[in-house]
Design a protein around this ligand. Structure first.
Ligand code: PLP
Length: 423
C-alpha cells in the first residue's frame, strides 16, 4: 500500500488528462469499456494460438477498417494492429521500401539510395522511420502559399529512388487534410511523363477515423488507386485508451510477402507482421467493443459532437480581438490560432499557455515547422469528453487571461525555452 500510495502521489503532479488539450490521445472511455479493460489487461496480443478469440476479433476490426476505407476486397486486405500509428507508419514505410527494392532488383537497378517524399510538417515518426531504416527524407517545405503538401511541387522531389509519398490526413500542427486526390493526380502526371509509378501512404493517424464519418464524400482513401496503405491511431479518434494503432494495405501486392511472418494458430498458421512481439491485446478488444457499441452511426455522432465543440470554440477564439484563426476545426476537430500582427504586444502565446496552465488547462503554443518557424501558433485538440459546458468555461478563462495579458504595460520576460513540438 505504501508503494502504491507513493506512485499515486508522484503522479498527482501530472496534469489532469481531461484538461489536456494538447494530446490527440483518448482520455475518457465509458464504464463498460473500463470493465472490459480490467477483464482483459492480461491478454498478450501475440498469443494468437492461446487467445484465438482475441485474434479473431483483431481480424474483424481489420476488416471493418478496410471496409470503412473502401479497400477493393476488405476480406483479403492485409492489415495489423500495432501499438500506435508510429509503429504502423514504420511498417507502411518498410513495405514501400521493400516493394521499391524488389522492383529495382528485378530491373537490375541499384537499390542503395531510397528516398521518401513528404511535407516538412510530418509527424516526428516519419523522421524516425527515415533515420532508423536508412531512407533519405525529402521534405517538401510548407510556406504561406503551400501550407501543406498539395502536389504542386512534387515533380522536383520525386525521382527513380522515391519509394513513396506520404499524405497526411490531419496535419498535426493545424488539423489540415492534405488533398490526397490532388497529390495522386500530380503523381499520375509524373508517371505519364517520366514513367515513375510512385505509391502513396496515407497517414490518417487522426483523420482516418474522422473523415469516413464527417466527410464521407471526400475521396482520400483506397478509392484512389494510388493509395497503397493507410494507418490510423485506434487511441486517437478511434476512441480507445492508449496504445493502439492500425495499418491496412490495399491488397496483397501492396505488402511484399517477404515481410510477413507466420505464427502458429489453431493448428495452422496465421500471417503476422509487427515490430514488437508481446503487446497488450486489451485495446484491440476495446476497439471492437466500440465498433459494436457505436456502429457507424454512433461514431458519426461522437465525432460530430467533437466537431461542434471545436467549431464553437474556434468561432469564440476568432471573435476575440487579439487572435486570428489558422484553422477552424472543420477537418478534424482540431484548430489553431495566432496573435494578430496588428500591434506590438507585451506578451506571446507562450504566456497565454502559461496562464492557462495555472488555471488547469493545457493548451500548447509552438512554432510552425520549417519556413514558417517564426510563426507561433496555439492549438486545441477537441476529444470525446470535452463537453460544450467545459468548452464554454475554457473560452471564458481564455477571455479573462487575454484581457489580463492585454492590460500589461511592460513586456513579460521571455523566461521559457520554446522547443519544437512533436505531437
Ligand atoms: C499522432 C500522430 C502520429 C503518431 O501516432 P502515435 O499513435 O502517437 O504513435 C503519426 N502521424 C500523425 C499525423 C499523428 O497525428
Amino acid at each position: 500500500m505504501t508503494a502504491r500510495d507513493a506512485v499515486r502521489d508522484e503522479t498527482m503532479l501530472d496534469g489532469n488528462a481531461r484538461l489536456n488539450l494538447a494530446t490527440f490521445v483518448t482520455t475518457w472511455m465509458d464504464d463498460e469499456a473500463r470493465e472490459l479493460y480490467t477483464d482483459s489487461f492480461d491478454k498478450n496480443m501475440i498469443d494468437k494460438d492461446e487467445y484465438p478469440q482475441t485474434a479473431a476479433i483483431e481480424q474483424n476490426c481489420q476488416r471493418i477498417l478496410a471496409d470503412l476505407w473502401h479497400a477493393p476486397d476488405p476480406d483479403s486486405s492485409p492489415a495489423t494492429s500495432t501499438v500506435g500509428s508510429s509503429e504502423a507508419c514504420m511498417l507502411g514505410g518498410l513495405a514501400l521500401k521493400r516493394r521499391w527494392q524488389h522492383a529495382r532488383e528485378a530491373a537490375g537497378k541499384d537499390t542503395g539510395r531510397p528516398n521518401l517524399v513528404m511535407s516538412s510538417a510530418v509527424q516526428v515518426c516519419w523522421e524516425k522511420f527515415c533515420n532508423y531504416f536508412e531512407v533519405e527524407p525529402r521534405f517538401v517545405p510548407v510556406s504561406d502559399e503551400h501550407p501543406f503538401l498539395d502536389g504542386s511541387q512534387l515533380d522536383e522531389f520525386v525521382d527513380e529512388n522515391t519509394i513513396g509519398v506520404v499524405a497526411i490526413m490531419g496535419v498535426t500542427y493545424t488539423g489540415a487534410y492534405e488533398p490526397v486526390a490532388e497529390i495522386s493526380a500530380a503523381l499520375d502526371a509524373i508517371e505519364k511523363e517520366r514513367g515513375l509509378d510512385v505509391p502513396i501512404h496515407v497517414d490518417g493517424a487522426s483523420g482516418g477515423m474522422i473523415a469516413p464519418f464527417l466527410q464521407p464524400e471526400l475521396e482520400w482513401d483506397f478509392r484512389i488507386p494510388r493509395v497503397a496503405s493507410i494507418n490510423t491511431s485506434g487511441h486517437k479518434y478511434g476512441l480507445v485508451y492508449p496504445g493502439l494503432g492500425w495499418i491496412v494495405w490495399r491488397d496483397e501486392d501492396a505488402l511484399p510477402e517477404s515481410m510477413v511472418f507466420r505464427v502458429s494458430y489453431l493448428g495452422g498458421d496465421m500471417p503476422t507482421l509487427a515490430l514488437n512481439f508481446s503487446r497488450p491485446g486489451a485495446q484491440v478488444l476495446l476497439q471492437f467493443y466500440l465498433f459494436v457499441r457505436l456502429g457507424r452511426e454512433g461514431y458519426t455522432q461522437v465525432q460530430q459532437v467533437s466537431q461542434d465543440v471545436a467549431l464553437h470554440l474556434s468561432s469564440g477564439m476568432g471573435a476575440m480581438d487579439a487572435f486570428e484563426l489558422v484553422s477552424d476545426g472543420s477537418t478534424i476537430p482540431v484548430f489553431a490560432w495566432r496573435l494578430k500582427g496588428d500591434k506590438e504586444r507585451n506578451w506571446t502565446l507562450y504566456d497565454l499557455s502559461d496562464r492557462l496552465r495555472m488555471r488547469g488547462w493545457l493548451v500548447p503554443a509552438y512554432p510552425l515547422p520549417d519556413n514558417l518557424t517564426d510563426r507561433t501558433v496555439q492549438r486545441i485538440v477537441v476529444r470525446n469528453g470535452l463537453s460544450m459546458d467545459l468548452a464554454e468555461s475554457l473560452l471564458e478563462t481564455i477571455r479573462e487571461e487575454t484581457k489580463y495579458l492585454e492590460s500589461l504595460t511592460t513586456p513579460l520576460p521571455d523566461s521559457t525555452q520554446h522547443g519544437s513540438f512533436n505531437h
